[in-house]
Design a protein around this ligand. Structure first.
Ligand code: CO8
Length: 210
């Protein structure tokens, strides 16, 4: 982990714990007030210097991509569980992750929209690392069984690639039972296709160098 990650990663992790405590803490009103005074002090320090817009995608000195603001995988983002992916030799992508009690939807269970967030990211990443990057065109979910909170597993594989479209399938399980199944169509957008075509044509038309 680089030096910046070692600083901001633990901040996001602290905020994940605070998110859960906001839901489950049973301290009295006086204690909540005292906690808020500390949070206000922290807020003031962090707000001293901020970006003007979203975090976006940045790159490390050695060219690796940093999506640290991403709501599913972002190292800096306390909303992200976060997910960390492992890609198998056959292209399958897997992630073991942990959902705290702040991700609750139905009592005691994971919110269905959170499962959608996770599957969108897992399937989209699978399309990208299998050579067909794109934005989610359609994501279809089947909630087969209730999804618990806590330790969960997601995985996905490319079903087929048709030109600019990747058809990806995947699921979330609690380690034993499949809870949510997903199918996604990921499409390289027209603007990206046009930019790539323009760049290819510029290379073709460039005069030969000695
Ligand atoms: C590592 C990264 C992981 C990322 C994971 C997270 C992914 C996300 O959350 S992305 C955010 C959510 N998605 C979006 O915001 C996308 C918004 N939509 C768009 O940008 C566009 O509508 C987009 C890109 C889907 C398609 O636009 P465009 O490229 O102009 O489509 P167009 O040229 O009309 O059609 C191309 C093909 O796709 C098909 N298509 C178009 N839209 C869709 C759709 N929504 N669903 C399925 N197929 C579609 C068309 O039928 C056409 O197929 P064919 O070539 O066989 O005729």
């Amino acid at each position: 982990m680089d030096a910046e990650a070692a600083v901001v990663g633990p901040l996001a992790e602290d905020l994940r714990v605070l998110n859960e405590l906001s839901v489950v803490s049973e301290v009295d009103a006086d204690a909540v007030g005292r906690a808020r005074e500390h949070l206000e002090a922290a807020r003031a320090i962090l707000a001293e210097k901020t970006l003007d817009g979203p975090y976006g995608v940045r790159f490390t000195a050695d060219g690796r991509q940093r999506s640290w603001g991403n709501a599913a995988v972002g190292l800096r983002n306390p909303i992200a569980p976060p997910l960390e992916f492992v890609k198998d030799d056959d292209g399958t992508v897997r992630a073991d992750y942990f959902l705290r009690r702040g991700y609750e939807g139905p009592p005691g269970l994971t919110h269905g929209g959170i499962s959608a967030l996770i599957l969108d990211q897992v399937l989209g990443y699978t399309a990208t690392v299998n050579g067909c990057p794109g934005m989610t065109g359609t994501l279809t979910l089947r909630y087969r069984n209730p999804t618990p909170l806590g330790a969960l597993h997601a995985e996905a594989r490319v079903d087929r690639i048709e030109g600019i479209k990747a058809f990806v399938v995947g699921h979330i399980s609690d380690g034993e039972t499949v809870c949510v199944e997903a199918e996604g169509v990921f499409i390289l957008p027209r603007w990206a296709r046009e930019r790539m075509a323009a760049e290819a044509s510029a290379v073709t038309e460039a005069p030969a160098q000695d």
